[in-house]
Design a protein around this ligand. Structure first.
Ligand code: NDP
Length: 315
């Protein structure tokens, strides 16, 4: 007996602002969207605290709460949200074959990819060993735990500068480890860094080790090494924040969709169209420039409209 395969009209992969905005529009257009939530339901915003720049929330909103609101709004129009991870896709012909959790196969007439991006790590052993015991990739999520303490931030882009100045408001002292002799962050952000009295920047410094033990003690200090002079510095710190950029979650689509040198999906300018008709992309997965909740939501809306027009043209 052959297995009955579920046939989905609009499959949305990812549940951040892009995924749920696509779902709201697709559901209201009767495209019966199914959202596969992925490893981090609600996406990156669930790891932030207050969101103050999303229009419509004049007093700010907690990131997790905001994503619950996105989900509730999508479900109000009968979006079918499901736990699970998409583990394989086959875009070679339509309807597209999709495997979920390495066991369930479905077919989809149209697909919206909204898988977002994930924080990058340095790749040193101590990062894994002490993750959750002082090591974090999100200052706005975890900074609160280090109130009045000393912390280290690694990175030199706008994210690192933003996180370091944010932490400086909460912490006793912030030390930034910058691997070159200059920062990549915008001049305005650098100015804020240099004007913050309890923030020190160590240029030409690479992280050698994060010292401490998992458990109650956690991170105690960070050893960095000056890559010009070889001089080692031990900085006392209870928190170690990695802020060195993000990687788009696109490994699933390798070989099937076009990507730039950093793995971000390439879409037709001004649209959400990938090179495969019927496959659309929205949010951070195709945007390394803006990466905001509001821009993601906007492109999610575009993807649903593009999917609707695509399906209408097939009839
Ligand atoms: P970026 O890619 O801009 O910066 C990453 C930084 O991390 C670089 O300074 C890089 O150093 C450093 N880095 C990378 N790998 C390592 C490593 N192994 N060890 C030490 N340092 C490392 O990422 P961001 O997340 O900062 O920003 C991404 C985009 O988002 C940018 O376009 C940025 O402008 C934007 N953004 C804008 C904000 C705003 O306007 N408010 C806020 C946050 C981000 P190096 O310079 O040596 O390569």
């Amino acid at each position: 007996m052959s297995e009955e395969i579920e046939h989905i009209e609009t499959l949305i992969i990812g549940s951040g602002p892009a995924g749920y905005s696509a779902a709201i529009y697709a559901a209201r257009a009767d495209l019966h969207p199914v959202v596969i939530q992925g490893l981090q339901p609600g996406g990156q915003l669930t790891t932030t605290t207050e969101v103050d720049n999303y229009p419509g929330y004049p007093n700010g909103v907690d990131g997790t709460k905001m994503m619950e609101d996105f989900k509730a709004q999508a479900e109000r129009f009968e979006t079918d949200t499901r736990w699970g991870m998409v583990t394989k896709v086959d875009f070679s012909k339509r309807p597209f074959k999709v495997e979920i959790d390495e066991k369930t196969n479905v077919i989809a007439e149209t697909i919206i990819i909204a898988t977002g991006a994930s924080a990058k790590w340095l790749g040193i052993e101590d990062e894994k060993r002490l993750n959750g015991y002082g090591v974090s990739a999100c200052a706005t999520c975890d900074g609160f735990f280090y109130k009045g303490m000393d912390v280290v931030v690694v990175g030199a882009g706008d994210t690192a500068a933003e996180e370091a100045t944010y932490l400086a408001k909460l912490c006793n002292k912030v030390t930034m480890l910058v691997r070159r002799d200059e920062m990549r962050a915008s001049k305005a952000m650098q100015k804020r860094v240099f004007n913050t009295p309890n923030l020190e920047v160590l240029f030409n410094n690479d992280t050698k080790s994060i010292n401490g033990e998992p458990g109650e003690i956690g991170v105690e200090s960070v050893t960095s090494i000056n890559n010009k002079t070889g001089e080692e510095t031990i900085t006392p710190a209870k928190g170690f924040f990695v802020a060195i950029g993000h990687t788009p979650n696109t490994s699933l689509f390798k070989g099937q969709l076009d990507m730039d040198e950093n793995g971000y999906l390439i879409i037709e300018a001004g649209t959400s169209k990938t090179k495969i008709p019927g496959v659309f992309a929205a949010g951070d997965v195709a945007d390394h420039v803006y990466r905001q909740a509001v821009t993601s939501a906007g492109t999610g809306c575009m993807a649903a409209l593009d999917a609707e027009r695509f399906l209408a043209a097939q009839e």
